[in-house]
Write a protein that binds this ligand. Structure first.
Ligand code: GLN
Length: 466
């Protein structure tokens, strides 16, 4: 699909539509929507910003490409003065005291935030059912889940309620809902975009990621948000990716895929058949394709969940009703903490806090947490070796189509296992993009660290081939 940002920009500068009318139209769509994708509408601020853009256009001043473009924000990003709930009871009334760097960069470029979007509480989930705002319904079929944790963001983009949305991806939360709702979603290289002001889930894999309807829009938004930030020491300075560079597919000579992902018992037969068909089409274009060995799904999922639970147990320990959160008073301070956290965290979040504290505790940490760290190193090394051999690794996004609403809550272990194809790329901090092609839930394109441009290049190539 063509760039929705460029198309909308053109409509604004040619005065086909006013910015105020555009923003009002999107706000109305969001308000009336029945997919549960909205936590808070940012109507007042959005209309104020739109009026300024209209004044500029009417004055004959030029506007930047992102100026006046409406976008959505997963409800885990700080945006000063607005509610940031993480879809949780605990933070139901919390107002951001400051603005996340990634969001500030978009504001500085003139983009207009219109909605805080529904998601799994604190990013804990793969279906966007773990939320106090009601399960997010899939854009293609409302009986199915929207995917998660950035489900509201993916649905809003798919339904054209936002031109693009900013999700967060710790273990697949941008890529999987993008696949479930047939849009693009990028998890950039870890550190390319500042995490400052993104509510921490698992800090060592948390990534800011855009969802959009075209590769070009992903590129534009990625460039705008990237860069070193003194407030996040894991960030690095990156070069802008220009549009001409990612059109030259000659830079990709070889592609790998993981044999065991495709041979697994868990993969749906249609997903497998479609993926193998894609591989044949790539080969037919003269690209060398290699079947690679990789870690078993069980190892990937248990390594990821061990580390993610440990990190989230630590990160969420600050939410005790003292500095943050709905405090529930009890007999003494300890009881107050206990009741505040027991009453206000969801079952899924509590499961992760308990699990995380368990793997970090004396007597268990050597056998579980440290083993998880060691396995993570091995997974990264395995990717390093693969990327000496191939330019791109291609994978299905999920083993199967989205489940019906209600099923994931009944079986958390099955939900964890459905993340088998996304979590490895997260543990290795690699740039990975979902494209809505190739299988019913799309394809993931991954490259070595800091090669986000190569990922977009191959996505453009596949767009022409599939
Ligand atoms: N489904 C994964 C989890 O629950 C990933 C979530 C995410 O990336 N935030 O941990």
């Amino acid at each position: 699909m063509e760039s929705q940002i460029k198309k909308t920009h053109q409509q604004l500068v040619s005065k086909q539509i006013t910015c105020t009318a555009l923003i009002q139209e999107k706000l109305d769509l969001l308000q009336q929507n029945t997919h549960n994708s909205v936590n808070t509408l940012l109507d007042t601020i959005a209309l104020e910003l739109a009026a300024k853009v209209d004044a500029k256009i009417n004055n004959g001043e030029s506007i930047g490409l992102l100026e006046g473009i409406p976008f959505g924000i997963k409800d885990v990003y700080m945006f000063q003065g607005t509610n940031t709930t993480a879809s949780s009871n605990l933070l139901k009334n919390y107002k951001s005291a400051y603005t996340a760097t990634a969001i500030q960069k978009l504001l500085d470029a003139g983009a207009i935030p219109i909605v805080k979007e529904n998601c799994d509480s604190f990013g804990h989930g793969s279906s966007s059912e773990n939320t106090i705002f009601g399960a997010v319904k899939n854009a293609n079929n409302p009986n199915l889940v929207g995917g998660g944790s950035s489900g509201g963001s993916a649905v809003n983009v798919a339904k054209d309620y936002t031109v693009f949305s900013i999700g967060g991806d710790t273990g697949g939360s941008v890529r999987q809902p993008a696949g479930y709702n047939s849009v693009y979603g990028l998890k950039p290289t870890y550190g390319r975009i500042s995490r400052y002001g993104l509510m921490a889930y698992a800090s060592s894999t948390d990534c800011v990621g855009p969802l959009a309807k075209s590769i070009e829009d992903i590129r534009i938004v990625l460039n705008t948000m990237s860069g070193k930030d003194a407030k996040d020491q894991t960030t690095y300075q990156s070069e802008d990716i220009n549009d001409a560079d990612i059109l030259n597919s000659n830079t990709v000579k070889s592609v790998g895929y993981f044999k065991n992902f495709i041979d697994s018992d868990a993969i749906d037969t249609q997903v497998k058949a479609d993926f193998l068909k894609t591989i044949e089409k790539i080969k037919a274009k003269g690209i060398e394709v290699k079947a690679l060995d990789f870690f078993e799904s069980n190892t990937l999922v248990s390594t990821y969940y061990t580390l993610a639970m440990a990190e989230t147990a630590s990160n969420l320990s600050r939410l005790d009703g003292t500095n943050y959160g709905n405090r529930i008073e009890s007999d003494n301070l300890k009881e107050t903490y206990a009741v505040t956290r027991s009453e206000n965290f969801s079952e899924e979040t509590k499961r992760r806090i308990v699990g995380g504290n368990q793997v970090l505790s004396q007597g268990f940490s050597d056998a579980i947490y440290l083993k998880g760290l060691a396995l993570r190193d091995q997974i990264s090394q395995s990717f390093d070796a693969d990327f000496n051999d191939v330019d791109i690794i291609l994978s299905p996004v999920t083993p199967a189509a989205p489940p019906e609403i209600g099923n994931s809550l009944k079986d958390p272990l099955a939900m964890y296992l459905s993340d088998a194809y996304t979590v490895g790329f997260s543990l290795a901090q690699l740039p990975t993009l979902t494209i809505p092609k190739g299988t019913v839930t799309g394809l993931q394109i991954s490259a070595a660290k800091k090669n986000d441009d190569k990922v977009l290049t191959f996505a453009n190539f596949l767009n022409d081939v599939l």
